[in-house]
Every structure is written in structure tokens, then in C-alpha cells.
Design a protein around this ligand. Structure first.
Ligand code: BEZ
Length: 211
């Protein structure tokens, strides 16, 4: 069965471009952006690896560690990383799992046989410091992911955890947020002293940057 939001991210020990890692130990008290790509030396994947490397500071600001995966070997990954660095004008410093035996791909259901029986699709798992899966996303092989959205959803999850709020469509940091219906007006007075705009009784907007 597929992994779901709220599940504990299955632990594993595996060889990567930065040596052997055990997921839960390597993660420490960080968030993890764990993502698979179909294959080394392919065009879309090259841009995705480059973009992840370019965003290293943004991930670090959010206490988030990136971890890539494909069913290639460490030797192939290391040769490809040179190409990624050259062509995307960056330096890949995050580990890429070498899952040539498909052990982790199967554990995380990253191989979708209608696409390929050997290569992983573009899966994303955002894992929090309690090892819980907080987001899953699956993109086909032919479509590169939107990394601004990856950063945005980490921001939204972290803002939600810190402030007991939900975020509306297309939310970006600084925008108004939603007081969840599970919080009564009585309780909201204590939690959101800055007040809120009641558009409907079930749609209350506030701004956590003005509290
Ligand atoms: C790519 O990264 O360009 C790619 C990889 C596998 C299938 C299709 C595209």
C-alpha cells in the first residue's frame, strides 16, 4: 500500500553519494525533502538536481535536508553530478541515494509500472522532524517539478505547526492565513489577539505577521 500523509516515514540504511546513511539518524531534528527522479544523465532530471542544489540556502533556512534517489549506482550518480554542476552552474552537495536494487523505491512505492518497471517516477515526500510524512506528490517522468512550490509548502507546513493556522490557495509567507474551524471564536481571541476578518463563520482570515 502507498505511504500516506501522517504515516511514519519508513526507515532505511542505504549507500548514497555521501556514503551510507540511515534515514532517521541522518535527518536528526531536521525536515527532509526526499525525492526520486527517473535516471541519471537525462535532461529533466538534470535541471531538477541543479535547481535543488541552487536552493541549498533556502532549504537550510527552513532546517530542511534534501535527499535524492534513483535506481542508478553511486558511480553513475557521481559522474552525472559533474554534468549537473557544469550545466546548471551550481554545486550539488546533498546526497543522492543509489537504489540499484529498488529496495527503497519499493518501500516508498516510487516505481509505477505503467511508466517504467525499473525507473522511479518523480515522487516527493516531505518528512517532519517527528519522522511523519507531511506531504506526498507524484509527477510523471516528462514533467519537471516546481521547486518554488516545494519551498512554499514547507513554509506553509512550518507556519501551520507554529501558529495553529491553515493556509489558503496560493498562499505565500506574509499573506493572510486561515483560522481553522476547529478553533472556536472564544479560543481564537486568546490565540490571535490581532483579531480576524470573518468573511463567513467558517472562513476567518488573520495575519500572523501582525500579531
Ligand atoms: C528526463 O529526465 O528528461 C526524463 C527521464 C526519464 C523519462 C523522461 C524524461
Amino acid at each position: 500500500m502507498s505511504l500516506r500523509i501522517g504515516d511514519t516515514a519508513p526507515n532505511f540504511t542505504i549507500n548514497t553519494t555521501k556514503g551510507e546513511i540511515t534515514l532517521h539518524d541522518w535527518a536528526g531534528d531536521n525536515w527532509v525533502f526526499f525525492f526520486s527522479h527517473p535516471a541519471d544523465f537525462t535532461p529533466v532530471c538534470t535541471t531538477e538536481m541543479g535547481r535543488t542544489a541552487q536552493l541549498a540556502e533556502e532549504f537550510a533556512k527552513r532546517k530542511t535536508k534534501a535527499l535524492g534517489l534513483s535506481t542508478d549506482t553511486v558511480k553513475e550518480h557521481l559522474a552525472w553530478i559533474e554534468d549537473v554542476n557544469d550545466t546548471q552552474n551550481t554545486t550539488v552537495n546533498f546526497p543522492i541515494v543509489a537504489d540499484a536494487e529498488h529496495k527503497i523505491a519499493q518501500l516508498y512505492d516510487m516505481i509505477h509500472p505503467s511508466e517504467s518497471s525499473t525507473a522511479t517516477v518523480r515522487s516527493v515526500f516531505i518528512i517532519d522532524p517527528n519522522r511523519k510524512i507531511r506531504l506526498t506528490m507524484t509527477y510523471p517522468m516528462s514533467v519537471g517539478r516546481n521547486f518554488d512550490e516545494i519551498i512554499r509548502v514547507i513554509d506553509a507546513l512550518q507556519a501551520g505547526d507554529a501558529n495553529k493556522i491553515a493556509t489558503p490557495a496560493d498562499w505565500l509567507p506574509g499573506d493572510n492565513v486561515i483560522i481553522p474551524p476547529s478553533i472556536s471564536n472564544e479560543d481564537a481571541k486568546g490565540i490571535f489577539p490581532q483579531g480576524w476578518d470573518e468573511v463567513r463563520p467558517y472562513l476567518r482570515l488573520t495575519n500572523i505577521d501582525k500579531s
